[in-house]
Design a protein around this ligand. Structure first.
Ligand SMILES: [Zn+2]
Length: 323
């Protein structure tokens, strides 16, 4: 996952919420109240359909299997095995790839975004992304990226299971396993987000971007101590809709206790005006000590966290379909 600025600012809403709650103009920082952020009235609608549920045990098993490949940086043998693992799980689905060569400060790397498309009846697309690469600079230190790279790969595979073979009366849903999210040396605008920078440009040219109703990035969502951050680079109404979905599942205590500006795979799309949200927990271990270290292993993760995020995002899709 990406770089973070300013995280750690405690900024919580202190607005009161109710059926007639109006959108709140701004947060009051340093508030000690842990109450809900503003939800636009149009975002709070619900048809009271039963909450969707992922199979979190299966998603956790996927995370374990992905992590077991070991380091998975762009183009290495483990990465190729993982590409096949993903495409094997998408047999029978409509799958495309966006493959190219990235020219980096560490040389040329093959990059391959994998895209699975699940058609709906409504005109428009909801895109869910998650990166599957691990860091090239960490390739020789035992780093396996269980949470950072593993959990995002796995939750998308489980979303595919949930979307496959079902009649979808809503928007089409596209799942994108992104590649080259991580920097090959030091995070910067030019050394990061190789896959999504390419994909956003491609989709701008071919007109796809205009059809995207919402785009959500899953990253580091497996931490047993789950605290999804409120990313100020994301689109506020979409963050609020995700929160509304979390509330329906009773999961809201895991969302938005902290806020800050986060750079992740959504940024190339944010820059092009696509409504986008980064769903990420950048508080991974005390002071984020497990992040980008060999300590990012399966024992830090929980199926419950995958369930919280998975169910919330499926419900968010449901709420988007009703808008
Ligand atoms: Zn990372």
């Amino acid at each position: 996952m990406g770089l973070l600025y300013l995280l750690g600012i405690i900024a919580l809403a202190s607005c009161s919420r109710g059926t007639d709650a109006q959108p709140k103009a701004s947060f009051q920082s340093q508030s000690l109240m842990r109450t809900a952020p503003p939800v636009p009235p149009e975002a709070a609608t619900s048809d009271n359909a039963p909450l969707p549920h992922i199979d979190s045990k299966r998603a956790f098993q996927y995370t374990r299997e992905v992590t077991a490949f070991g380091p998975r940086y762009m183009g290495n043998a483990n990465h190729k095995k993982l590409e096949r693992y993903i495409t094997d799980h998408l047999k029978g689905d409509q799958v495309e790839d966006d493959a190219f060569t990235a020219d980096t400060v560490e040389g040329k790397f093959p990059v391959r975004n994998l895209i699975a498309k699940f058609p709906g009846t409504k005109d428009g697309i909801i895109v869910i992304l998650g990166h599957y690469d691990t860091n090239y600079p960490l390739r020789n230190n035992g780093y396996v990226g269980a949470n950072d790279g593993g959990s995002s790969t796995a939750i998308l595979l489980e979303f595919a299971n949930q979307l496959r073979g079902k009649k979808n009366d809503g928007y089409s849903v596209w799942l994108v396993w992104t590649d080259g999210e991580e920097a090959v040396k030091t995070w910067s605008d030019t050394d990061s987000l190789y896959g999504t920078r390419h994909l956003a440009e491609k989709w701008e040219k071919d007109g796809t971007l205009k059809k995207i109703k919402a785009l959500m990035v899953m990253d580091m969502i497996g931490d047993a101590d789950l605290n999804i951050d409120r990313d100020t680079n994301s689109t506020p109404w979409l963050l609020d809709l995700i929160y509304a979905a979390a509330e329906r599942g009773g999961y809201q205590s895991h969302f938005y206790a902290r806020q800050g500006a986060i750079e992740d795979d959504h940024i190339p799309f944010v820059k092009r005006g696509v409504p986008s949200a980064d769903v990420i927990d950048l508080d991974y271990g005390y002071n984020n000590v497990f992040h980008h270290t060999p300590q990012d292993t399966m024992d830090k993760l929980s199926p419950k966290s995958l369930e919280i995020v998975g169910n919330t995002i499926l419900e968010t899709i449901h709420l988007l379909d009703q808008r």
